[in-house]
Design a protein around this ligand. Sequence first.
Ligand code: ATP
Length: 218
Amino acid sequence: MILFDPSDVPANCRIGIMGGTFDPIHIGHLFIAEETLEKLSLDKIIFIPAGVSPHKLNSKTTAPIHRLLMTAIAVNSNRRFYLSDIEIEREGPSYTIDTIRCLKQLLPTDTELFFITGGDTFIDLDSWRDYEQLLQLTNFVVFTRAGYDNVLLDEKIQRFRQQLNSNITKISIPLLEVSSTDIRERAKMGRTIKYLIPDGVEEYILKNRLYKDQEVEK
Ligand code: ATP
């Protein structure tokens, strides 16, 4: 069973949290999750699709049930990957601070959490709700991302470390220039999306004609 159940977590666990809109989930998401597992010796990663992403309130996103099912298909083949519908089940915008507070209440007190982001997301962290508290409640893992300013990213990481004493690990990866936006555009145009996403997710998109008949949001 891949659904995450906090009551199953033993003492002293190190858990990665992979949040995102996952519209759709792609190899970039899966790779940074797997890389985090290995580099930081984590026990598991929980993928948490956002119900309503606070940063995408003005754009149309695919129905949560489709994003949840695509994420389930993608994570199913990795025994250390789990899925949570906690943000999809919660009303209103999916603020990460609410998710982390909720998980902290449900998990054993000695659980260590690692919130995984791409550099493009992390660079805007100070616009997130209660970001200072968020940086105290969870460790962060930040990945380089194609097309984003590495110097600015390093400055921001430094600032948070100094001002808030936060635990942030930066990991450089071979840059994968893959994004959900590009996959949506390709699917809309009928172009190939093979190898950018797991086979099962491709099948799901084609079968449900996702992105085909809808406006592409950039
Ligand atoms: P969109 O193109 O719709 O904005 P996205 O590809 O950025 O979507 P999200 O679901 O918004 O996907 O991303 C979830 C997290 O994964 C974010 O922290 C994002 O920075 C990170 N991420 C996504 N793609 C990559 C990638 N190719 N390399 C590194 N990090 C990535």
